[in-house]
Unconditional design. Structure first.
Length: 332
């Protein structure tokens, strides 16, 4: 029989040895994974990326495995916001059923308006699931309008149809702002992901030429995790459902139309986003700055693509703080 203290020391040695072995396996894990089945790199398609790498760089699930968890949270948090604020007003900005917006009104008339354009790879998303930032705006004295618009599949693969709808929605908001208690001289646009792309398109619209409206109709923009030059997007797997043409690529690349930009920008991405979504935002910020126009670049340390948007609902979050400052509002 082993004395108690001897047995204890032996058990402790065995436990520590086992822990050291497990730690060694864990540390070696990534190296083993990297060396187990190397993939031969294919021909370069964009920058230093082959087709597999480029496709992954425009596929969020490859970099955000918690996508389903977070998008479900968007929906449940939006439902909770509606239970507190009440149902939004549903207002039509066009003639088709999808051309409508959800309006969460400020408590007092005359407040600014933030028009939000949701993401979803141009293929998915509904205004009702993007109500979760509404409290930040409403409690700060602003109106929050969330757009619905056609999916790219229903638009025949043409992003210009979607862009036309969101542009017409912003024009409608300007023309009808007073009817719902908003200030037409204080309209701001925000967007995330493919909605960040569409927000960039809105912000580089020639409002005078196309809508006979003031060129500075939009007073500020927030584009989070968007795409601003569509050449690499066209080369990626997204080209399977977006029917790109040279004209569409040119028209829908906001980075190529900075002469029409008349509003200060806030651009943002997370450090856990795909390399292309990070680069797109950095390059757009650099192009805006080189054009001599005001831009602020925010980097969310430790946030992935979908987690970034959740910070818009927090007045002290990265995006929430930035958009309130841009609109010259104080957190409630």
């Amino acid at each position: 029989m082993i004395p108690g203290n001897v047995a204890f020391r032996r058990a402790r040695r065995e436990f520590l040895a086992a822990g050291t072995a497990l730690a060694g396996i864990a540390a070696a894990g990534p190296l083993l994974a990297q060396t187990a089945a190397p993939r031969a790199k294919g021909p370069r398609v964009w920058l230093d990326m082959d087709q597999v790498e480029l496709d992954a760089a425009y596929d969020q699930i490859k970099y955000a495995p918690n996508l389903q968890q977070i998008t479900r949270r968007y929906a449940t948090n939006s439902e909770a916001v509606r239970s507190r604020l009440g149902a939004p007003r549903r207002l039509a900005y066009g003639s088709t059923a999808v051309e409508a917006l959800d309006l969460y009104s400020a408590k007092e008339p005359g407040g600014p308006i933030n028009v939000f354009i949701h993401g979803g790879a141009w293929r998915a998303g509904r205004a009702k699931d993007y109500a979760f930032p509404a409290e930040l705006f409403v409690h700060a004295g602003a109106n929050f309008a969330v757009l619905d618009f056609v999916s790219v599949q229903d638009a025949g693969g043409d992003l210009r149809v979607m862009a036309d709808q969101v542009r017409r929605a912003v024009a409608w908001v300007h023309r009808n702002a007073r009817s719902f208690g908003g200030d037409p001289e204080r309209i701001y646009v925000s967007g995330h992901s493919s909605g960040g792309h569409l927000a960039g398109v809105v912000l580089t619209t020639d409002w005078r030429r196309d809508f006979q409206l003031p060129p500075d109709l939009v007073k500020g923009g927030l584009c989070c995790s968007g795409m601003f030059d569509l050449k690499p997007v066209r080369l990626s797997s997204r080209g399977a459902y977006v029917k790109f043409t040279d004209d569409m690529e040119q028209a829908m690349s906001s980075q190529r139309h900075l002469g029409n930009l008349n509003a200060p920008l806030v651009l943002a991405h997370g450090t856990l986003e795909t390399p292309e979504f990070q680069r797109q935002t950095r390059d757009f910020a650099a192009a805006v700055r080189a054009a001599g126009k005001p831009v602020e670049l925010l980097v969310g340390e430790g946030y992935n693509h979908f987690e970034m948007l959740e910070t818009l609902a927090n007045p002290y979050g990265l995006l929430g703080r930035a958009v309130l400052a841009q609109m010259k509002l104080a957190p409630a």
